[in-house]
Design a protein around this ligand. Structure first.
Ligand SMILES: *Cc1c(COP(=O)(O)O)cnc(C)c1O
Length: 380
């Protein structure tokens, strides 16, 4: 029997071994790792809310009011006032009838897709969908079809061929508004039109768009005025919202079905009520004037690294794993933490640096990083 040491050796030989590199500081625009201060261009804290004093205060107030833990699953006796308030606020913000919160974005995707689709149904995924969506799709037992990234013609063909064979099946198109490794957007308007033409539903993961896109930061669907036409608006409270947790906004009936069927909702303890209380505060900030100003600051920082880029995630393609790892090491020596992303997270030969920008970054620091990246590009 092959033990773990052999497998770890194989990963090491392939240059794919990953290991944890703990920080000695809290999360923030500047962190300490192995005794060194580094500017943090690795986090998903797009608005700098993770360290926002008002969220910390809301957390503490939540603990004072409701205690530290929820003590039970949501269905047993774990649905406390802040859980309900958060879901009502999310539904209102998303322009939907209802919303359901989950312990994480991963749990939202992995638990809701199997609740929404079963063996007689079809899930059509973009090739670059996040691992949580892929795992949820696999767990569902539905027939899975995959279309090349953002390829509308292929999506249309898949919808047509499924409908030709089965006029009645439940068909759900699953995609993301901002793709996590490329930072590009899906053609949402065209996807909405395609799914409507074929009587299909749309499940949109707004993980990297929530807080970042749209006049009130509610995501790409809000930015394009399409919230009413997206059947399942998923997102996370772990990225721009600065906390942790996930949500799905949809109709009352779908939400009730999720409460009955989503195993990652049913068979887990409710998130701490104080977390939900803090999430309410985060949602308020995201939707406020302050939130709009933070999005403007973030936009300025994105422009410095990559003019016109649509999201806070900017990939810098290096090619081989070694090239990406080498570039990340050089940046670290210069005082910047920028992660190298390798296979299997991205395809072989497409290893990259992944620059994540935040409203919390100071303009001069972003300009210094832009300078270093430019030099690297010229040398390569
Ligand atoms: C990060 C992410 C998730 C998972 O969210 P968590 O709250 O971190 O579990 C799901 N989908 C996408 C596209 C993501 O980027």
């Amino acid at each position: 029997m092959k033990g773990p040491a052999r497998e770890l050796e194989e990963l090491t030989e392939a240059g794919l071994l990953r290991s944890l590199r703990p920080l000695e500081s809290g999360a923030g625009p500047k962190v300490i790792r192995e005794g060194r201060e580094l500017w943090n261009f690795a986090s998903n804290d797009y608005l700098g809310l993770a360290a926002h004093p008002a969220l910390g205060e809301a957390f503490i107030e939540g603990v004072r009011r409701y205690g530290a833990g929820a003590a039970a699953s949501r269905l047993v006796c774990g649905t406390l006032p802040p859980h309900r308030e958060l879901e009502e606020a999310l539904a209102a913000a998303k322009g939907s009838e209802a919303a359901l919160s989950f312990p994480s974005g991963f749990a939202t995707a992995a638990g809701s897709l199997p609740a929404l689709a079963g063996k007689d149904d079809f899930l059509i995924l973009d090739k670059l969908c996040h691992a949580s969506l892929i795992d949820g799709a696999r767990l569902s037992g539905a027939t899975i079809r995959v279309f090349p990234h953002n390829d509308l013609a292929k999506l249309e063909k898949l919808l047509e061929s499924i409908r030709n064979k089965d006029a009645k099946a439940r068909v759900i198109v699953v995609t993301e508004s901002v793709f996590s490794m490329d930072g590009d957007l899906c053609p949402l308007r065209e996807i909405v039109e395609a799914k409507d033409r074929h009587g299909a539903l749309l499940f949109l993961d707004e993980a990297h768009a929530f807080g970042v896109l749209g006049p009130y930061g509610m995501g790409l669907a809000e930015a394009l005025g399409l919230q009413d036409l997206v059947d399942f608006q998923m997102g996370t409270l772990s990225k721009a919202a600065g906390l942790s947790g996930g949500y799905l906004a949809t109709t009352n009936a779908w939400r009730d079905l999720l409460v009955n069927r989503a195993r990652s909702f049913i068979y887990t303890t409710a998130p701490p009520p104080a977390l939900a209380h803090a999430a309410l505060a985060s949602l308020r900030i995201i939707r406020s004037e302050e939130g709009a100003e933070l999005r403007l600051k973030l936009r300025e920082n994105i422009e410095v690294i990559s003019p016109g880029h649509p999201s806070a995630i900017v990939p810098v393609i290096c090619g081989s794993s070694e090239a990406a790892m080498g570039a990340a090491r050089e940046l670290e020596e210069a005082g910047f933490m920028v992660p190298a992303i390798r296979y299997p997270t991205v395809p072989r030969g497409r290893a990259r640096l992944r620059v994540s920008l935040s409203a919390a970054h100071q303009g001069d620091v972003v300009r210094d990083l832009a300078g270093l990246l430019e030099e690297g590009v010229n040398h390569g």
